[in-house]
Every structure is written in structure tokens, then in C-alpha cells.
Write a protein that binds this ligand. Structure first.
Ligand code: FAD
Length: 343
């Protein structure tokens, strides 16, 4: 048997974490990332990058979902506590989650057991932001700035011998001759390349500002209606919106106005912030994130594919965990183990 050749299709946060996990598990294999968008062209780069899975984030079972989140936290936290943290764009952050609607909205069973602090707010803390908030939580978590994390990961991948190919793949069979196994990390691209009609874009828009007059904004704030203010090393991210089944990649001036109004209401000093830029991204939503193997009948052989896509609004949070799971399937397919008998 020759050297194992694995192709990772996609270079967003899911593709790069899968590729680096493959390198650590298969140090002698030839690993190649193939993608037509990198770094600031990807959806991943638009993400605020806060480590906060929503309760709607779903893997195949509750146990697997929890494991993905735990593995992801451990992965980022190891980077955060290393010398590479600033270069990789991974840091610790704390802040508040407020709601006027329901106490359940400020709880998070996926996060509470993992992060160092997750507690209910005091009455005084509820008054930190104007708006008569009824319920609140304070927690400590991580933020990953993909503006830094993606180029840092790609550089590490290349240093470890990985290859990168810039190419659009129209049909997955194009990769059959070059690779023994392909891991599909195409995000919303899987809708086209694998005809997965369960994938739906959830359009989001964010504004990045620089705080000139209020450098004290060091904590994040979340409110109802997808309102968030997340300080990072490169500016403060103001969001947001969620438009189901919208493919519109243009900046929408009504969304911009609504984001400003909601964020300024929560933190009035933001009105003095300097505008940097606005971005739009399509979250690759699937009711159950797809991490599973497939033996694709290409007419000649069974082409070994491992899927890893559909992370919706929580791809930065969950990518390292789903990458670890996907790489287990790569191992199973490579050693022709139990996966075959199940398929
Ligand atoms: C406004 C906004 C805010 C967000 N905030 C957060 C947050 O705070 N926390 C969080 O966890 N998540 C957040 N997300 C969600 C997160 O951005 C996504 O879940 C994540 O980026 C998905 O990553 P991905 O690698 O699957 O997809 P992408 O980043 O879209 O990457 C897909 C890759 O596949 C490649 N590809 C696709 N099709 C083909 C093809 N046919 N040929 C070649 N290459 C192909 C592309 O070129 C690209 O490299 C946010 C998203 C948005 C839009």
C-alpha cells in the first residue's frame, strides 16, 4: 500500500481545522486542501468568532453534540494558553447575555459545564445596559478571530508539508484519481456539489467599528433579537441579523440601520465609534450538522468521502470538534473497518 492521499475540499474554519487534525493523526500522509476561496473570501472570516453554541446547534445525538463542543473548547483553549495565541487570534473574553423575554434564553447547557465561569447576573449587573433587562448571565469564553486564525492555520499546515490548491470543483469525481479519501468541508457549497437540499443559507450582516472614545469596552454584550457587541483585537463587531433562505450578499442599508439602533441602545457610547467596514455572510445551516462517511458509487469504484459541513451559525465554535470526529471516519475508511459493514 502506498502513502495515504487525503484531499480536504474547503478552506474555511471547518476545512483548515480538519486538515491540521489530519496532519496530526496521519503524519506520513499526503494531505491537500483544495478550495476556491481562502481567508477573507470565506464565510468563516465574517464570523464574530465567539465560542457560544446556540441551543439549536445539533449533531446526530446530544452526546456527540456535547463531545464536539468539549473537544472544540479544549482545542482553542490550548492555543489560547500557548505562545501562539496572539498570532492565531484566539483569546479569552467575558461578558453578558441579557433578555427581556425568557430566562431559558440566558441559559446554555452546552456551555455551562465547559467554560470557567457561567453564572446568573446580579440585579446591579442587569442595569449595566439601558433597557430594563429582566434576565441575564455572565460568562467567560473564547473568541477566535478568523482574520488571523485562518492564515495562521494555513501557514502551519504548509510548514508541516501540506499542499494547497486553488481550484473550483464542479463534480466530486474530479478528485477521484488524485486522492484515496476526500473530506468534504464545503459549507454551503455542499448544496451544489452534493445536491444536499437540506442545506439552507441563513444570511448575516455585521458592522466592525473601532472604539476611539470608549476603549473601556472590553466585555461582550448580547441582547434579544440577535443583538451583539463583541470586542476583539481588530475592532468591535456589532450584529446582527438572521435571514433564513436568503442568498443576498449585498450590504442591506435597513439591516445596517437596525444593527446600529439596537447596539447603540444597549451601549450608547458606541455612537462615537469609528466605522471600519460592513460584511455579509451566508451561514451554512442544516438541521443536523453532517459528519459522516459515504462510499460514493462513481461507476468504477466506491469513492471514499467523509462529510463535515452544515455548521450554521456555530462553525467557529464547533469546527475543531467535528474535525476530530471526521478524522476518526477517515481512519475507519482507511483501515476498512466497521464503517464498511454499516454502509
Ligand atoms: C454574520 C455571521 C456571524 C457569525 N458569527 C459566528 C460566531 O460568533 N461564532 C461561530 O461559531 N460561528 C459564527 N458564524 C458562523 C460561521 O461563520 C460558519 O459556521 C462557518 O464559517 C462555516 O465554516 P465552513 O468552513 O463550513 O464554511 P466556509 O467558511 O464558507 O468555507 C467553505 C469553503 O469551501 C470551499 N468550497 C465550497 N464549494 C467549493 C467548490 N465547489 N470547489 C472548491 N471549493 C469549494 C470554499 O471556497 C471555502 O473555502 C457566523 C456567521 C456569520 C455569517
Amino acid at each position: 500500500m502506498g502513502v495515504l492521499r487525503v484531499g480536504v475540499l474547503g478552506a474555511g474554519v471547518v476545512g483548515v481545522t480538519t486538515a491540521t487534525e489530519l496532519q496530526s493523526q496521519f503524519p506520513t500522509a499526503n494531505i491537500t486542501i483544495i478550495a476556491d476561496k481562502f481567508n477573507n473570501e470565506t464565510t468563516s472570516e465574517v464570523a464574530a468568532g465567539i465560542f457560544r453554541p446556540n441551543l439549536s446547534f445539533t449533531g446526530p445525538t446530544p452526546e456527540i453534540t456535547s463531545q464536539w463542543i468539549r473537544d472544540s473548547y479544549d482545542y482553542y483553549d490550548a492555543i489560547r494558553s500557548s505562545e501562539e495565541s496572539a498570532r492565531a487570534g484566539v483569546s479569552q473574553i467575558s461578558g453578558y447575555l441579557f433578555s427581556k423575554v425568557d430566562e431559558s434564553l440566558v441559559k446554555n447547557h452546552l456551555l455551562e459545564k465547559i467554560v470557567p465561569v457561567y453564572r446568573r447576573t446580579t440585579k446591579e449587573e442587569l442595569k449595566l445596559c439601558p433597557g430594563n433587562w429582566k434576565y441575564g448571565s455572565f460568562f467567560v469564553t473564547l473568541v477566535t478571530e478568523c482574520t488571523k486564525f485562518l492564515p495562521w492555520s494555513l501557514a502551519r499546515f504548509e510548514q508541516a508539508g501540506g499542499k494547497i490548491v486553488n481550484k473550483t470543483i464542479g463534480n466530486i469525481k474530479e478528485l477521484e484519481q488524485s486522492f484515496d479519501i476526500v473530506v468534504n468541508c464545503t459549507g454551503l457549497g455542499a448544496k451544489y456539489i452534493f445536491s444536499d437540499h437540506q442545506l439552507v443559507p441563513i444570511r448575516g450582516q455585521v458592522i466592525k467599528v473601532r472604539i476611539v472614545h470608549a476603549p473601556w469596552i472590553k466585555t461582550f454584550f448580547y441582547g434579544d433579537s440577535d443583538t451583539y457587541i463583541i470586542p476583539r483585537s481588530d475592532g468591535v463587531i456589532l450584529g446582527g441579523c438572521r435571514h433564513y433562505d436568503s442568498y443576498d450578499m449585498n450590504i442591506n442599508k435597513y439591516d445596517s440601520a437596525a444593527i446600529r439602533e439596537r447596539c447603540f441602545k444597549m451601549v450608547p457610547s458606541l455612537q462615537k465609534a469609528r466605522f471600519i467596514r460592513e460584511s455579509v455572510g451566508l451561514r451554512p445551516h442544516r438541521s443536523v450538522v453532517r459528519v459522516e462517511p459515504e462510499l460514493l458509487d462513481t461507476g468504477f469504484t466506491k469513492f471514499k468521502i467523509v462529510h463535515n459541513y452544515g455548521h450554521g451559525g456555530y462553525g467557529v465554535t464547533s469546527a475543531p470538534g467535528t474535525a476530530k470526529h471526521a478524522v476518526k471516519y477517515v481512519r475507519d475508511l482507511h483501515s476498512s473497518s466497521s464503517v464498511y459493514s454499516k454502509l
